[in-house]
Design a protein around this ligand. Structure first.
Ligand code: DGY
Length: 419
């Protein structure tokens, strides 16, 4: 596709996946609203219809639980093509949602909508209506997911971050499985089996849902079977706190800004524990079994986006990123391409995800490496031009993997790559 054809097609993808007040990631494979998908998708809507962009984030944040959590899937209406369905969650505090949260990119996307607004007054009024919801969500991480001993923030399910990432192999293997009712996967009717999480991973994912149900979604470190500090997730939260401070200042909400600044400082201090000086990388940490992940995953680069490392440490990370890029044709792979567990087509174990490239490119710019950001952008454009708006891409040959007509890939074209 030419550049213009990509732009036209990206608009068609978003409009085809538009359900009025939210956008499905793709029609049949993911027929509901997903948390971080929607936040990124708003950046694409901004290029088409600014008001629609705000509707997307508003719909998401209005699904907030009474305790502040913003759930990872919102089931606005039934859809036969997706498993697990709403009933599988056994009733959650928000009647239409899953029981977990997801990478909290919403504040950062809202700040972008504000900074690029054409109608500034409208954008400010929308941000004012959302700022307290975002703050309540960020506070929720502190109250419900902060490890007392380390101050690190835990994810309670792989679906909160990167489903089948290699980082979770050891914590999941160490977990005692909870009894799970019989089920049939529907994703495998739509996507080749080698591009999806394995059956073993699904059994583990579903088992953690049963644990959540058994404690009426009051998950804590002492009743959880999966409780992992993830540099990817935590860096996104740290960046989100940074961006919430800017939003709050624009909305003249000094108290919200001060609180976010305090949380950000504490998170950055705790984050240092994820640094592994031997391998010069940030590693996930299993807080239940006190084990560090044994290989390097894409999460090691996200601290650049959150402006966490010193210039010297950033240089080490960027050197590592350059090694990864030298090992593949298209960057950035989601796992170390030199590791034995790397799989070029299997979801979060190797494929390239444009939303992650977007965050890494931004991180590179913070550290004065616009040249490398350009390389990543050029590769991202080539992936779309050659393979279309796929869910993710094989870093070795550029072929698409997972779903097609994918909203967040289209949004990345419209809000980032098309310029
Ligand atoms: C899925 O169904 O694969 C989703 O990633 C769960 O959020």
């Amino acid at each position: 596709m030419t550049h213009q054809e990509c732009t036209d097609r990206a608009r068609e993808v978003l409009m085809g996946n538009d359900r009025g007040t939210f956008t499905v990631p793709t029609d049949r494979l993911y027929p509901h609203q997903w948390n971080w998908d929607s936040a990124f998708v708003a950046l694409g809507w901004q290029a088409i219809d600014e008001k629609r962009a705000w509707v997307e984030v508003r719909t998401l944040l209005e699904q907030q639980w009474p305790n502040g959590m913003v759930p990872h899937i919102i089931y606005h209406s039934p859809a036969a093509s997706y498993f697990p369905d709403l009933a599988w969650w056994g009733g959650t505090p928000h009647k239409n949602s899953s029981g977990f949260t997801q990478n909290p990119v919403a504040a950062s996307c809202v700040l972008r909508l504000l900074n690029r607004a054409r109608d500034t007054a409208y954008a400010r009024s929308e941000a004012r209506a959302l700022v307290h919801r975002i703050a309540a969500w960020h506070r929720w991480f502190f109250e419900h997911r902060r490890d007392d001993a380390s101050g690190l923030i835990a994810i309670a399910h792989p679906w909160e971050s990167r489903d089948n990432a290699c980082d979770w192999d050891a914590p999941l293997a160490a977990m005692k499985l909870h009894h799970t009712p019989e089920y049939t996967r529907k994703d495998l009717l739509l996507v080749p089996v080698e591009q999806r999480p394995t059956g073993e991973h699904y059994a583990q994912f579903l088992s953690i849902i049963e644990v959540g149900k058994s404690v009426s979604w009051q998950l804590t470190k002492s009743n959880a079977r999966f409780w992992v500090a993830d540099p990817f997730f935590m860096a996104i939260l740290i960046a989100a706190e940074h961006d919430l401070i800017q939003i709050a200042n624009l909305c003249e909400e000094g108290g919200v800004a001060a609180e976010a600044a305090e949380r950000r400082r504490a998170l950055v201090d705790a984050f240092e524990q994820l640094w592994d000086s031997q391998s010069a990388s940030y590693r996930a940490y299993d807080l239940l079994h006190n084990e560090r992940a044994t290989s390097v995953d894409i999460g090691t680069f996200l601290p650049l986006y959150a402006r966490i490392p010193s210039a010297a440490r950033a240089a080490e990370l960027i050197a590592l990123l350059e090694e990864w890029l030298a090992a593949v044709r298209y960057g950035v792979p989601s796992h170390d391409p030199r590791d034995a567990r790397f799989e070029a087509q299997r979801y979060w174990r190797g494929p390239v995800w444009l939303v992650v490239n977007f965050l890494i490119a931004e991180g590179l710019r913070h550290y004065g490496r616009a040249d490398l950001a350009h390389t990543i952008e050029a590769g991202s454009r080539a992936l779309v031009q050659n393979s279309g708006f796929r869910e993710s891409f094989n870093p070795l040959d550029g072929t698409g993997s997972g779903g097609d007509c994918f909203s967040w890939t289209a949004a990345m074209w419209l809000g980032w790559l098309a310029k």
